[in-house]
Design a protein around this ligand. Structure first.
Ligand SMILES: O=C(O)[C@H]1O[C@H](OP(=O)(O)OP(=O)(O)OC[C@H]2O[C@@H](n3ccc(=O)[nH]c3=O)[C@H](O)[C@@H]2O)[C@H](O)[C@@H](O)[C@H]1O
Length: 431
């Protein structure tokens, strides 16, 4: 006896048996056959649509399945735990760039005083990612989860805001470095422009909207030669693409403040240094080279003038970041709609006492007890500015910002950390 399927879809058309003797029955049979065919086709199409949709959602969440590590009930639980507030009046903060230099220190300080902290970092290889992994371990050991992901992953950002109603965002993720912008300009656009906008888009739609404090840079003063640099000074002459993207960030955040009522605070950091610092920065790479007996290149400005920086110790910067978070004021919008004016602030966070680069090297030599092999060259046209010097009175007035660590003291702490981190303390002599 043929099955229903065989009856409807005979293997060869010739096998289809037609009963010529019974017209009614033949019509009925034809009608039945075509209804069943349509039914099966419909089933087939539904199945096709369902499998297409589930494949699509699988691909959409590809970031999760293919490249990294977020999503799922367990992950959400970890995010919630990390964001848990342990003091009255505390905040829950999303720290972007948490495995970076400033991000690590700020995350630890927030966690230590009882705030909830969730970190986000893409662990790119601009500099040794193993240092970022070590910072991540440090954060984990203090109960701070660092989610691995990129600012441009809007789905991940939205998910984080679904899981936690962050009160604040401390946005420190960026492509840093002044001179590297000539090598890899697109990385600055990717992180400092596109990444910033991606973050602001999610923040503006969040309900409640968080207040945002973010890292701008002293480099926005560019060719400004009015000293010390005040927030009201001109910032329309950037000397590097890095500076230009940070300046663009100030304008972009202003537009989100204006349209959506996001509370924004931009912090112009002045050459931040200290333990767990960035290996691409001069104080760090000079230390490495001096210890390895390699020469260091010291740039010199016009007319053989030494370059100078308002080097600022990390602990002072952390105090400035926390002071900014504490006084940020609320965003006013909900669901992407502005409900009133929100604060828009910009502060210098510097040390107010510039030091010439050769003097920085003198201090390192004393702490390391090793002479540097100095190679002094005229500053190439690489985006550097001759000097920086912060006026910090605005931050002092607003939240009592007062740096207390001079370069001599700060570098001593950095060198102690460096020797211990890279294992020099266990060796008989410095190499
Ligand atoms: O305040 C900022 O907004 C920026 O600070 C930092 O930039 P810079 O002030 O340029 O720091 P850094 O590279 O340590 O060079 C220090 C000095 O050493 C000189 N320098 C540098 C390298 C070298 O080989 N030789 C040399 O003389 C160099 O010419 C300069 O005079 C951050 O990197 C940047 O991300 C941003 O945050």
């Amino acid at each position: 006896m043929p099955s229903l399927e065989e009856e409807l879809f005979p293997s060869t058309p010739g096998k289809f048996k037609i009963d010529r003797g019974h017209g009614m029955s033949r019509q009925f049979h034809r009608c039945f056959a075509s209804t069943s065919t349509m039914f099966l086709w419909a089933l087939f199409l539904i199945a096709l649509t369902v499998s297409y949709l589930s494949f699509q959602s699988f691909v959409d969440s590809g970031g999760r399945y293919f490249s990294a590590s977020w999503g799922g009930i367990q992950w959400e639980k970890q995010v919630r735990n990390s964001a848990q507030i342990h003091r009255s009046g505390g905040m829950s903060v999303l720290v972007t760039g948490a495995a970076g230099f400033v991000g690590t220190h700020v995350s630890l300080a927030l966690k230590k005083r009882g705030d909830g902290v969730v970190g986000l970092d893409n662990f790119n290889n601009y500099y040794d990612p193993s240092l970022k992994r070590a910072r991540k371990s440090l954060l984990n050991s203090h109960g701070v989860l660092v989610v691995e992901g990129d600012l441009n992953d809007a789905k991940l950002l939205a998910k984080l805001f679904d899981v936690v109603a962050f009160t604040h965002v401390m946005h420190l993720a960026a492509q840093a470095g002044v001179r590297y912008a000539m090598e890899n300009p697109n990385s600055y656009v990717h992180s400092n422009i596109a990444g910033l906008v991606s973050l602001l888009e999610v923040c503006k739609s969040a309900n409640p909207q968080p207040a945002i404090v973010w890292a701008s840079s002293s480099s926005v003063y560019g060719l400004n030669d009015k000293v010390p640099f005040s927030e009201a000074d001109r910032t329309d002459q950037p000397a590097s693409l890095y500076a230009a993207t940070k300046k663009a960030g100030e304008e972009i955040t202003h537009s989100y403040n204006h349209i959506y009522g996001l509370s924004i605070t931009g912090l112009r950091f002045f050459t931040v240094y200290g333990p767990w610092g960035r290996p691409d920065m001069a104080y760090f790479s000079f230390t490495r080279n001096i210890l390895q007996g390699k020469p260091i290149t010291i740039y010199r400005g016009k007319n053989r003038a030494d370059l100078a920086r308002d080097f600022t110790y990390i602990d002072d910067i952390v105090k400035g970041c926390l002071g900014s978070l504490d006084t940020s004021g609320k965003s006013t919008g909900t669901g992407g709609k502005k409900k009133g004016n929100a604060p828009y602030r910009i502060f210098n966070l510097g040390n107010t006492s510039p030091v010439k680069v050769p003097e920085l090297v003198n201090i390192l030599e004393r702490h390391l007890k090793v002479k540097a092999k100095r190679n002094i060259v005229d500053m190439p046209g690489n985006g550097d500015v001759p000097f920086t010097h912060a006026n910090i009175s605005l931050a002092r007035r607003q939240f009592g910002y007062k740096p207390t660590t001079d370069l001599q003291t700060g570098l001593k702490k950095f060198v102690r950390w460096y020797l211990s981190y890279y294992g020099y303390n266990n060796r008989k002599s410095l190499q």
